[in-house]
Design a binder for this molecule. Structure first.
Ligand SMILES: C[S@@+](CC[C@H](N)C(=O)[O-])C[C@H]1O[C@@H](n2cnc3c(N)ncnc32)[C@H](O)[C@@H]1O
Length: 216
């Protein structure tokens, strides 16, 4: 397991050099819309000094978007790839963001310390048990009544893009990742009582809004 993880970290370290370019080519038109959609869904307008954790933050697009929209909030981007984190730090000119290395399935934070925990386009890449563990960890570190926002891909409609999408799924571990994407909210409903689903305008991504109850 540790060996597999190190291999994947190396893969992401390498990918970090092209990641932003790849995203720009793949979804330049909807990139900002998708991030803004996630940030808006956090409903932080009237909340002072909110604490936000972005799991699997990659090159920091979502974490930096939170930092831009809410200058008094504290944002932490968390990822196990030093390569990705280095790229994220290079883009940071804000002062209210920190990028920390760590595994999504083992968060190095106390219980209930974040108003928002989010994870964008990454959970499908975690293998079964690690994914469930990561979800349990997100629930643990979010405050009671806080929100866990999980953005995932929709299966693309255009044939060629769909082919590329499934090729990528094959690289990530075929059956598991594909089933997760297709199953929709089931994985979240096992862990959170309250799960709402919404879709971005472009129809390319969906957002699961999971709420931790006061009693959890
Ligand atoms: C497809 S990228 C998504 C990046 C970013 N959230 C975005 O929306 O652009 C997936 C990210 O998840 C990270 N990742 C994958 N497995 C992880 C794990 N077990 N713990 C922490 N980070 C992980 C990778 O290093 C990579 O940066």
């Amino acid at each position: 397991m540790a060996k597999l993880r190190t291999g994947r970290q190396k893969y992401y370290d390498f990918f970090s050099h092209f990641y932003d370019l790849f995203i720009n080519l793949h979804s330049s038109n909807d990139r900002d819309e998708t991030r803004t959609f996630l940030v808006d869904s956090a409903l932080l307008e009237n909340k002072r000094r909110a604490k936000v954790l972005d799991i699997c933050c990659g090159t920091g697009s979502v974490a930096l978007s939170f930092a831009t929209h809410f200058s008094d909030c504290l944002v932490i981007g968390y990822d196990f790839s030093l390569g990705m984190l280095k790229k994220a730090k290079e883009k940071d000119s804000f002062g209210n963001v920190a990028f920390i290395k760590g595994d999504a399935a083992d968060l190095s934070f106390a219980d209930g310390c974040f108003d928002i925990v989010c994870c964008s386009h990454a959970l499908y890449e975690l293998k079964g048990p690690a994914r469930k563990q990561a979800l349990l960890e997100m629930k643990r570190v979010v405050k009671p009544a806080g929100r866990v926002l999980i953005m995932e891909h929709e299966v693309p409609r255009k044939r060629f893009i769909k082919l590329l999408f499934y090729l990528r799924m094959l690289m990530m571990g075929p059956k598991d990742a594909r089933e997760f994407i297709k199953k929709g909210g089931a994985a979240f409903q096992d862990i959170f009582e309250d799960v709402a689903l919404s879709h971005t305008r472009s129809g390319k991504s969906k957002l699961f809004i999971c709420r931790k109850s006061f009693d959890d």
